[in-house]
Design a protein around this ligand. Structure first.
Ligand code: FES
Length: 624
């Protein structure tokens, strides 16, 4: 590494010969440059047909930002910046970037920030999931294209961390995650509230006439009281815990509040770790660091925290980006792991606390220690140490039992299987249910007559119709909100309780759809039915009013009570209708759609595969 040579004319005459040779190395035509190799500024040169010229030009341009040769000779840590005026979950990113820069610099590197897409749940139409894969492509390609030796991925809102990890695994340069952290809880009438479980509960109460318009307006002021991600065990918090389990983030990184000084210290630590990771070479690149055992740890944590059902889709997409692991973990693996994993964390929507309580209870360190017997402690982390070594080294101040929201392993909140996978003739590719979030446990074994809604619009038009033929025993089915049927697979799976039943005090019904549900929501709801209703071969697509559906979680069964012959007959009728001249069915129409929407519609796979683009998965005609 050169001494600080500066650019002034007198420097060359006084510098030591070796430092001077180093300073001029990049311009020395007798020293070959391999444009596919190299580190720092020499990495991934732009193609001009002359590698020396490419490097010369690159350095000339970056010096326009005021860098010295000394700065440019350091390991370069890219920092993916996902801030946006439309993303309050990422509002603390400026402070985080400052702390990451400090950490990188203290460890001898140069931090260079670059933007990628920012996705917020409420500011992405039709839904942020429609853009997750686009963000993953953005992340992968910018990591690949730019001269970065390692990357800190700064994100937090639901789809951002999965997209970043999907892209990071595919790009396969060393990556470290830094999430923005959970927001603080708010307060209403002396009761703590927070996005987004309490958004949904209170909205349901408003719909049922339990609270009035003044009250709902007052709640609106308090549900998001600070920067940061939703403060319950929604998708963002779930993915943050999973990143720790995968070894990609420090233990406290999952839970420290967005606006805390702890969060800034984690950012500084992450910056320093990013420089250190480079010395490990290939060993800590994500395709080497992440093993099947790392993902089994992630699934164990998902089950133990009663995590978001969305995490199942995201994890399948992430796993299927990994060349050695794709295909070795399926939905059934989630169910198998769940059967031996107790629910230990009492957070909304399964329980009653907030992420700040989880942090105060010892967070992921305390949880992983409880789960120790179920974990693969030999799995590596980004520090180069194993998960077990990190767990032993972490300081943990014990929290009195009555003040902790983490249950001991042998005294769980729910004995096992907080997330389950259902199969049967209605969902041959599988469906997912968060059994721990059921509000009426009788529904976990239930058979009832179906009320079908063929789309979100149909649901909105009829769900509160006084004449709707529905009882508390009915099974509400919503079709065509799957990946292709309603691009992005919206979080509309939380089918509202019909107002006339809600007014009678009904709070839960068995509900089935091919869509997703917010991680902050609860109820007895089978989601992600695959294949989706829009698929001409789907059974969900031929369900009709009055059919009976049986759900039995003990048997992991989701079944429609009609014969195979009748299913076949209905499918044939449906295929004929879709194929008719003038039919505008999305399965057919997608062949001629333009732009990103066309790419999405033609390439997205089903939820059980991760709803990723087929051409992005590791197994797509080998790998790139
Ligand atoms: Fe960003 Fe909930 S909306 S985490």
């Amino acid at each position: 590494m050169p001494t600080n040579t500066g650019d002034d004319a007198g420097t060359a005459a006084t510098a030591k010969p070796e430092a001077e040779a180093e300073r001029l190395r990049d311009y020395n035509l007798s020293q070959p440059i391999d444009p596919t190799q190299g580190e720092g500024m020499r990495r991934g040169l732009t193609s001009y047909g002359d590698a020396h010229f490419s490097l010369f030009l690159r350095k000339a341009f970056i010096k326009g930002l005021g860098y010295t040769d000394d700065s440019l000779s350091r390991p370069i840590i890219g920092v993916a910046d996902t801030r946006s005026g439309f993303n309050p979950c990422h509002a603390n990113i400026p402070q985080l970037l400052e702390a990451v820069r400090r950490g990188v610099q203290l460890a001898g590197g140069l931090a260079v920030e670059f933007p990628t897409i920012s996705l917020h749940e409420s500011f992405a139409a039709p839904t942020s999931m429609f853009l997750r894969n686009l963000m993953s492509v953005d992340t992968e390609e910018m990591i690949g294209a730019q001269p970065v030796d390692a990357v800190v991925l700064v994100g937090g809102c639901d789809k951002t961390t999965p997209a970043q990890l999907m892209g990071g695994i595919s790009a396969n340069k060393p990556i470290l995650h830094l999430v923005t952290g959970p927001m603080l809880p708010g307060s209403h009438r002396g009761v703590r509230i927070g996005a987004c479980t309490d958004c949904r509960n209170n909205w349901a109460n408003y719909r049922a006439g339990v609270i009035d318009i003044e009250e709902i307006a007052a709640l609106n002021e308090e549900l998001v009281p600070s920067a940061g991600t939703c403060g319950v065990m929604g998708t963002a918090s779930t993915m943050a815990c999973i990143l720790v389990a995968l070894g990609l983030m420090p233990f406290k990184g999952a839970t420290a509040p967005a606006v805390s000084s702890a969060r800034l210290r984690i950012a500084e630590e992450t910056g320093a770790n990013a420089v250190k990771i480079i010395a490990a070479g290939n060993k800590l690149k994500p395709q080497s660091l992440l093993t099947r055992e790392s993902f089994l740890n992630a699934i164990t944590v998902l089950q133990a925290i009663g995590g978001s059902t969305n995490a199942v889709v995201h994890l399948m997409a992430i796993i299927n980006r990994h060349p050695r692991i794709a295909g070795t973990i399926t939905l059934d693996t989630f169910d198998e792991v769940g059967r031996r994993t107790p629910l230990l964390v009492d957070l909304k929507p399964s329980g009653s606390n907030y992420m700040t309580d989880f942090h105060a209870s010892g967070g992921m360190t305390a949880l992983l220690r409880e789960l120790r017997l179920l974990l693969h402690l030999e799995a590596l982390t980004v520090t180069g140490k194993t998960l077990g070594q990190e767990l032993d080294a972490e300081r943990l101040i014990p929290v009195p039992r009555e003040l902790s929201c983490i249950q001991p392993f042998n005294s769980p909140l729910y004995p096992a299987s907080s997330l389950i996978v259902l199969r049967g003739n209605l969902a041959p590719g599988g469906a997912v249910m968060k059994a721990s979030a059921s509000k009426d446990r009788r529904l976990l074994k239930h058979s009832g007559p179906v009320v079908v809604f063929t789309s979100s619009a149909d649901l909105a038009a009829r769900i509160d119709d006084e004449n709707l033929d529905v009882t508390p025993d009915s099974v509400l089915v919503l079709q065509n909100i799957g990946p292709v049927g309603n691009p992005g697979m919206p979080e509309a799976g939380l089918i509202p309780i019909p107002r006339k039943l809600a007014a009678r005090g009904v709070t839960d019904m068995l509900r089935v759809s091919d869509g997703r549900m917010s991680g902050t929501a609860g109820g007895t709801i089978a989601l992600h039915v695959s294949p989706e209703a829009a698929d001409p071969e789907s059974v969900l697509g031929v369900v009709r009013d009055g059919d009976a559906i049986t759900c039995d979680i003990e048997q992991r069964l989701l079944k429609i009570e009609i014969s195979d012959e009748e299913i076949q007959r209905r499918r044939e009728i449906r295929r004929t209708e879709i194929g008719k001249e003038g039919s505008e069915h999305p399965w057919k129409e997608r062949e001629k759609m333009r732009g990103y929407r066309g790419l999405y519609m033609r390439s997205v796979n089903q939820a059980d595969q991760g709803a990723d683009f087929d051409f992005l998965q590791a197994q797509y005609r080998g790998s790139s």
